[in-house]
Design a protein around this ligand. Structure first.
Ligand code: NAD
Length: 397
């Protein structure tokens, strides 16, 4: 059984789908592992380390995936990238499946079994495979580091001979995995931290991390969490009350980090241009939701813009990928945990259990067809996508 690790095509992608540690484990499972030369360089892993772990190094992508039974990648490949893999081979990646049916169809046409790691159910058994959490955790940390780097002042309180420096005030909007890590990181740096979310369960989490919780806690707030544990889209009335509450708070903040997402919907706009204008010059907004449209009205994807009043608004894409070595280490472990369920260690061969709930939830293509129920029609309404996401994660721990 051959497992292939090609290099990523996107020059902006620094992550890699295997590390020497996971290669060693795959070899231990009886696999032959082939890594494309240079695949790990941006994550600080030279070819030699993969070779020492038991991999063979292939000079190019075609030579890496030729005859592979399993291809592990960070991002969705083009059909040409996997030409030469066996029919029925498993291709596992973060497939970014929403909004590009043509790309999914071309994977189907390539005859591979494409698995989207983002669709992994968030159940206890699959916690080690949860790429959304592993990458969001890194992004939440990096958002605070990026903010601190752009902020022209120190974060902690300092008592110096030349005078006292007040600690920075950091406001985290959206307290999922990324937001919780952002709170923890900001606290460790010594900031005075406040946070908001629409899900009531987040209140206790925020307080337990030593931050203050701020939210409109009305009847709608009490019902804001879906059975799957995600936020509902809030009513216009709630959003207006939330905006009124947070507007005065944001005016006194030095750094605002936004992470708010609603599955299957554009990210809610929580920070208006007027709110940015109310902040003092030199303040920073980091918008982690930019890949889903952004939480701040002024964010531009991939850019740092400076508002008229001198506030920096950071819209980095692929924020987890800004710490490629750590992000790769965690992602590679997520993949290893999933791949272990796809192979038969005794026969040392690919043995996909089609009835396994993890397979059913993540399998996009099989036998030349796009098989995943959520991606059957080109113009699937967002509500159907959301419902299916809720079903996929309805057995969350
Ligand atoms: P996410 O990325 O979907 O959203 C980020 C946060 O934005 C959420 O907390 C959400 O409530 C919040 N949000 C949405 N609209 C908002 C608004 N208008 N104002 C303020 N905040 C808003 O969330 P996530 O990080 O994927 O986490 C979602 C849930 O899943 C959490 O409860 C998390 O603890 C849970 N989780 C469970 C498991 C597991 O059981 N294995 C694993 C990971 C995450």
């Amino acid at each position: 059984m051959l497992i292939a690790i090609p290099a990523e095509n996107d020059p902006a992608e620094g992550r890699v789908a295997a590390t020497p540690e996971t290669v060693k484990k795959l070899v231990g499972l009886g696999a032959e592992v082939k890594v494309q030369s240079g695949a790990g360089v941006k994550s600080g892993i030279p070819d030699q380390e993969y070779a020492l772990a038991g991999a063979t190094i292939a000079p190019d992508a075609a030579g890496t995936v030729k005859d592979a039974d399993v291809v592990l990648r960070v991002r969705r490949p083009r059909a040409a990238d996997i030409a030469g893999t066996k029919q029925g081979a498993a291709v596992v990646a973060m497939m970014d499946p929403y909004g590009d049916i043509d790309a999914l169809n071309s994977l189907a046409a390539a005859g591979v079994c494409a698995f989207a790691m983002e669709l992994m159910p968030r159940i206890t058994r699959a916690q080690t495979m949860d790429v959304l959490s592993s990458q969001a955790n890194i992004a939440g940390y990096r958002a605070v580091i990026d903010a601190a780097a752009e902020y022209g002042r120190v974060i902690p309180m300092m008592m110096t001979a030349a005078g006292m420096i007040a600690p920075a005030k950091i406001f985290i909007m959206g307290v999922g995995v990324a937001g919780l890590q952002a709170i923890a990181t900001a606290r460790k740096l010594g900031a005075v931290v406040t946070a908001t979310d629409v899900r009531p369960t987040t209140k206790e989490q925020v307080v337990s991390l030593g931050a203050k919780f701020i939210a409109v806690e009305d009847e709608e707030f009490k019902q804001a969490e879906t059975a799957a544990g995600y936020a509902k889209e809030m009513s216009a009335g709630y959003m207006a009350q939330q905006a009124a509450l947070t507007a005065s708070h944001i005016a006194s903040q030095d750094i605002v980090i936004t992470t708010a997402l609603i599955p299957g919907r554009p990210a809610p706009v929580l920070v208006s241009a007027a709110m940015v204008e109310s902040m003092r010059p030199g303040s920073v907004v980091v918008d982690l939701a930019i890949e889903h449209g952004g939480n701040c009205e002024l964010t531009k994807p991939g850019e740092t813009v400076v508002s008229k009043n001198g506030v920096k608004i950071i819209g980095h894409l692929n924020v987890a990928g800004r710490l490629p070595a750590t992000a790769s280490a965690l992602y590679a472990k997520n993949l290893l945990a999933f791949v272990e369920t796809l192979i038969d260690p005794k026969a040392k061969s690919l043995a996909i259990k089609w009835d396994d709930e993890l397979v059913k939830a993540t399998l996009l293509t099989k036998d030349g067809t796009l098989v995943h129920p959520s991606f059957q029609a080109r113009d699937k309404p967002a509500s159907i996508v959301e419902n299916s996401m809720d079903q996929l994660s309805s057995r969350r721990a």
